[in-house]
Design a binder for this molecule. Structure first.
Ligand code: AMP
Ligand code: ZN
Length: 479
């Protein structure tokens, strides 16, 4: 890639800023990770497609990167307000399972999601429960000047730091449900650093602390792990837009209390918007949500979901629908089809890179990661008859490096995933299709229709209108 300056939208200053690493020898990025009480839903995964686009763009500029995605395996409450149950404890109680086993199961599932989506593994994936001693030490340092003790834990007084909530902007606390039930809190925005286990209750995960036996607050975890792996002042902190209101302002407050200065930790705060469905924001706690596995079961390739994400700007809301996903899969197939065609014409592998296309790609990503603008550039490249197949293939690598769609590797066959609930094997589908082509050639339309119906019954939908001649596609929405 060329050296075009990268411009990112900073949620903290609410301005576009040219990215200048604190240390060009090591760009440091922290991304709030999943709470592992359940599978990640595809909305959560949108957050990591975004961070992967971000970190790929950074490394494509030649900057070395340290990236952290934490695993929240304790402390995240069932409500953003400072009351309620720990999500992990609640899940353990509901299922009667061991909390550590739950955390491991969903952490492994999350890692598999990253692999399926071709999201690069971060440098570090620290677990909150491995850092409790450091959290206690952090609490001890800030407690005398910034915290107060209530019956149920140690609370942070948000008036003790400069400019609390600058990131969130003017928030109406009542509207955000922040005025809630913790008795004795000095200000509605104050939050728990440590939550003591109520008398008579037991938790599966609890530790001794100077403030009683209990568990750390969720916000504290991220300050501690970010600082441990990236230092007190690093480059970029990411998360979903929900974190802009409470979780991240609280991290900033803790960082300021810890350094006794006005530093916010990261200089750049970036937030992806939500994936929504027709009923509103997708959420894990609602129970009925879409995990990546469900998309795969329906026969979609995970990279079709990645492409669906890239078709929207990360700061725009994106609506999930099976139709959108199917459209993304068709687009991916067309590219793969075109690339296989190029490869068939030139398998030599030694083309030269078409700089003009790389520059356009670079320009789109430099503009606050405008992936929707980068995709038509790829269309243009693949269709450019003035470039030899070898040159087009060589240039493709620059797109794969930042978009992560694996186009250099994906095959038509891989995209023809048989849906999990189809009752027919691929060879049988192909055989029936050959029969149908014959029937159509003989203008025997009743027979052709009968074969179509038979396949539909077995869970395979035909695509007669596809100009590229993809013979069948996977079933889309049934709900
Ligand atoms: P959680 O596992 O709930 O702690 O969330 C993991 C990440 O997903 C966080 O960065 C959230 O802000 C983000 N997130 C949660 N819901 C959505 C959604 N519907 N769309 C996009 N990002 C989301
Ligand atoms: Zn966090």
């Amino acid at each position: 890639m060329t050296g075009m300056p990268l411009t990112f939208y900073n949620s903290l200053t609410r301005e576009f800023e040219v990215f200048a690493p604190r240390d060009p020898g090591n760009v440091r990025v922290y991304s709030c990770g999943p709470t592992v009480y359940h599978y990640a839903h595809v909305g959560n995964l949108r957050a990591y497609v975004f961070t992967d686009t971000l970190t790929r763009t950074i490394t494509s500029r030649g900057w070395p990167l340290t990236h952290v995605i934490n695993i929240t395996d304790v402390g995240h409450l069932t409500s953003d307000a400072d009351a309620g149950d720990d999500k992990m404890e609640a899940a353990a109680r509901r299922s009667g399972r061991d909390i550590w086993a739950i955390a491991k199961h969903y952490t492994d599932a999350f890692k598999q999601n990253l692999i399926d989506l071709n999201i690069r593994m971060p440098t570090h994936m620290p677990k909150a429960t491995d850092h409790v001693a450091e959290m206690i030490a952090w609490g001890e340092k800030i407690a005398p000047r910034h915290c107060y003790l209530l019956d149920d834990g140690l609370y942070f007084d948000t008036t003790t730091v400069p400019d609390y909530g600058r990131l969130a902007g003017a928030v109406d606390d009542a509207a955000h449900g922040r005025i809630e039930t913790v008795a004795g809190k000095r200000h509605p925005q104050d939050f728990a650093i440590w939550r003591t286990t109520p008398p008579g209750e037991t938790r599966q995960m609890e530790w001794d602390s100077p403030w009683g036996r209990g568990a750390p607050g969720w916000h504290l975890e991220c300050s501690v792990m970010a600082t441990k792996y990236l230092g007190p002042a690093f480059d970029i902190h990411t998360g979903g837009i929900d974190h802009r209101e409470i979780h991240h302002p609280n991290e900033i407050a803790q960082n300021q209390a810890h350094c006794e200065c006005a530093d916010t930790g990261a200089s750049l705060w970036m937030h992806n918007n939500f994936l929504v469905d027709r009923t509103g924001k997708m959420s894990k706690s609602s129970g009925d949500f879409l995990a990546l596995a469900r998309l795969i079961e329906r026969g979609f390739h995970p990279l079709s979901y990645r492409l669906m994400c890239l078709q929207a700007h990360y700061r725009s809301e994106l609506e999930f629908s099976w139709e959108n996903l199917a459209a993304a899969q068709v687009r991916l197939k067309r590219w793969v089809h075109a690339i296989e065609g190029l490869r068939a014409r030139d398998g030599s592998g030694d083309g030269s890179i078409a700089g003009a296309y790389v520059e356009q790609l670079d320009a789109a990503l430099s503009d606050d990661l405008a992936t929707p603008r980068a995709l038509p550039v790829l269309d243009g490249l693949l269709a450019d008859k003035k470039l030899s197949p070898a040159d087009r293939l060589a240039t493709l690598a620059a797109f794969d490096a930042v978009l992560g769609l694996n186009l250099g590797v994906l095959t038509r066959k891989a995209l023809r995933t048989r849906p999990g609930d189809a009752t027919i094997e691929e060879a049988a589908i192909e055989a029936r299709l050959a029969d149908r082509r014959e029937a159509r050639a003989a203008r025997d339309f009743p027979r052709s229709d009968a074969i179509r119906d038979e396949l539909a019954h077995a869970g395979v939908e035909l695509m007669d209108g596809d100009p590229l001649g993809w013979d069948w596609k996977l079933p889309t929405a049934r709900d």
